[in-house]
Design a protein around this ligand. Structure first.
Ligand code: CA
Length: 228
């Protein structure tokens, strides 16, 4: 369920927003001061923020700037004053949209939906751009998942890093030294057999026949190569 953070010091308005959002299938939290709103926003458990401009303590602009430093979800500013619209328009620090009180609650909900959908499209596009597909192997880099023939295989952190490194540099031969240095770092514990062990484990997960690998080849006397 998508969750909206409502930062609004007027209880009746906050409740109106909450009620309409809930009727439309959203969940929500209300923060009645700027400080509370900031703390909640930074918990990163929301899909969108409705931000009242005039708040006691931190005002909406200051709050928006602070939130934007770490959170990139849509922020809709809500203002009671028409003259604030120009300020919001000229405000280049991260509000995505604004709405003027008194607003039509259905319009507010429609805007919330549109912004969440747009944001999710962007995030999905970024995610898929990072994904790798090599024949039957699908690697989701952001979520660190590996699917082989659409079946998820569980990788340890280092196995995943090694696979991604090799798969993003296909058809190149890398020595064990190079791979060890690259994935584990020069100063880390372990030795070159660590690489061998990890290669074997990766093969067990991605190869139909690990002893006769189709993807992860051994180039005798040199190292390994990911064949594309
Ligand atoms: Ca207010």
């Amino acid at each position: 369920m998508k969750k909206v953070l409502i930062i609004e010091d007027e209880q009746s308005i906050a409740e109106l927003e909450r009620d309409y959002l809930e009727v439309n299938g959203f969940s929500s939290d209300i923060a009645m001061t700027g400080d509370e709103g900031l703390a909640k926003a930074l918990s990163k458990s929301y899909d969108l923020i409705l931000l009242d401009l005039m708040l006691p303590g931190l005002d909406g602009f200051e709050l928006c700037q602070k939130i934007r430093k770490t959170v990139d979800i849509p922020i809709l500013m809500v203002t009671a004053r028409k003259e604030d619209i120009d300020k919001i328009r000229g405000f280049d620090r991260g509000a995505d949209d604004y709405i003027v009180k008194p607003f039509n609650p259905n319009e507010l909900v429609a805007r919330v939906k549109a912004h969440i959908a747009r944001y999710n499209r962007l995030v999905n596009r970024e995610n898929t751009q990072n994904d790798l597909q090599i024949k039957d192997i699908y690697i989701e880099r952001n979520s660190r998942r590996v699917l082989v023939n659409e079946e998820e295989k569980i990788f340890t952190a280092k196995e995943f890093d090694l696979l991604v490194f090799l798969a993003t540099n296909p058809n190149r031969v890398f020595s064990k030294d190079h791979l060890f240095e690259r994935i584990w770092g020069i100063d880390s514990m372990g030795d070159l057999t660590t690489v061998t062990v990890h290669i074997r484990k990766i093969r067990e997960k991605i190869e139909v026949d690990p002893s006769n690998p189709e993807y992860l080849e051994t180039i005798w006397g040199v190292g390994y190569r990911f064949k594309k």
